[in-house]
Design a protein around this ligand. Sequence first.
Ligand SMILES: Cc1ncc(C[n+]2csc(CCOP(=O)(O)OP(=O)(O)O)c2C)c(N)n1
Ligand SMILES: [Mg+2]
Length: 617
Amino acid sequence: MNDTVKLTIPPLDHPLAGQKMTGAQMVVQAIADEGVSAIFGYSGGAVLPCYDAVFLYNEEQARQGRRQLPLIVPANEQAAGFMAAGYSRSTGQVGVALVTSGPGATNMVTPVRDCTADSIPMVVICGQVPRAAIGTDAFQEAPIASVMGAVAKHVFLVTDPEKLEGTIRAAFELARTGRPGPVVVDIPKDVQNWEGVYQGRGVSASIGVYQRRTRELAARKLSQAQLDSFFAMLGKAKRPLIYAGGGVIHAGASPELRDFADMFGIPVVTTLMGIGAVDTFAPLSLRMLGMHGAAFANYAVEDCDFLITLGARFDDRVAGSPAKFAPRARAIAQFDIDAAEINKVKQVAWHHIGDLKDALRSLVAQGRRLPQKPDLSAWHAELGALKRDYPMNFDRNSTLVQPYYVIEEINRITRGEAIISTGVGQHQMWAAQYFDFREPRQWLTSGSMGTMGFGLPAALGAQVANPERLVIDIDGDASIRMNMGEMETATTYNLPVKICVLNNIGDGMVRQWQKLFFGGRMASTDKSLHTKDFVKAAQADGFRYAQRLSSNADVTRVVSEWLAFNGPAFLEVMIDPDAGVYPMVPPGQGYDAMITGDFIAARKAAAVGKPSMSEMF
Ligand SMILES: Cc1ncc(C[n+]2csc(CCOP(=O)(O)OP(=O)(O)O)c2C)c(N)n1
Ligand SMILES: [Mg+2]
């Protein structure tokens, strides 16, 4: 039985409706219909019909003088996934990756899990062996439906070619609606080669239940009773604080968050994923909270008496000890699109499940009707003092190049306007701490998964999506090596990304944990490869700008010439290998255990307990 939605009107709206096409051509046409401006992927036997269809599509578009669908080819499929994620994170649009069966598809597992964990919409199309060969251990066969089923938001294996077209549209809808995430569509080669009639509309009916649920969710309004109880809590609060996560950005609710915070003068801390939800220059911004949050942000969390949680999930890098998190909050309110997040880690007094943009609009509308707003001047004075007394800082007199100084210099020139991607490790945290961000979607980082190798391909994807913007990858020497093949992708496509490797000769973040919690035993981290010449590697990959920076005196000059270079540019900075990430709340502990290091003042001595071994991750 065909479960594609039966159309009541003959499908003539689409200019190609009624036209005969192969399955592969339908896939490409349906992707183009979604408004996608580029796809990322690597070819192979089982996906060749789709690659051919991209070629034919572009040939026809060129003939008609219309926009083509560029296909960017990485060195490794994992990078295609991160490019699609960079495209998506920087625009809010669904990123698309197109890969072959077997190894092509299994190389996509990490980016798919990465996207699920950070709620990033992506559609991955995988070729599969022909239907008749499935289950025979055919050449380049892998059980993608079961492998990806464990990590994706949803997986389709298309066995009925009649459902192919509607399934592609369903994949996009699933990816971008509700809590966004990656959707994998596994398409056997014979289904790609099948010929049928293009409809130009209709979504596979298999998502009918999901559609009903998301429509219900989207329509959920804050009730008057909810508004009243929320404002009763806010009215009693002397020290309210907004804790904003990635959900604010995914919901496109940053303008509404800013309106709400400004209306009441409520300060905002953001998670790593929430960076950019508020302008970091804004007086109400307290920057990032958590394990490596600013001291003043974490003190605000310690002191607040009402915590308003927006699209954030109390993860262990924020609430290492849920019981000790926000210990003086008399109430916590939580807004989320995903019911599973409510009371998952931390019990809350009040919650709302629904669209955040809409909920914040209701709060602002209700706020306008309030006869008077709470007086928060004492709280503002306290926060002003916290910002003044416990600012981010580092050893400004060191003769070794300090990574924070390099970032401050880049930030001085870019003024919070660049798109920044990162690898994972100390450099990622320094970038989160020391860069400014005016808007959402300028900060691209692998938050929940913490996947080394993310930075360079994510920057490339963001540059494809935003050709006019300045895109900078702040990377680690070990992280960039994980996807070093993509250096050549930058030059092949002449994507003018600016790459900065903060080279501390090794896995700095791992060394920091070994120093703090493993008695300084540098297991494996003393064996890091020290022989790589990054500048020569960049030159070998066709970089016309590739420099090594190793002295403080040269930082300002070299950073500005690197940023001004017209084309892809590579900068390696030899930084102090002992530079640490501070503040640091040790794993599993409350913010009272925050260590601020030698250069950031602390309100009181840290009550550091010994982390238990099970918290050692
Ligand atoms: C794929 C992957 N493998 C291992 C890790 C564990 N890990 C986290 S940070 C880190 C070291 C990163 O080193 P580098 O990229 O040089 O950054 P640094 O901390 O030195 O700035 C490691 C190994 C990871 N996050 N991702
Ligand atoms: Mg390093």
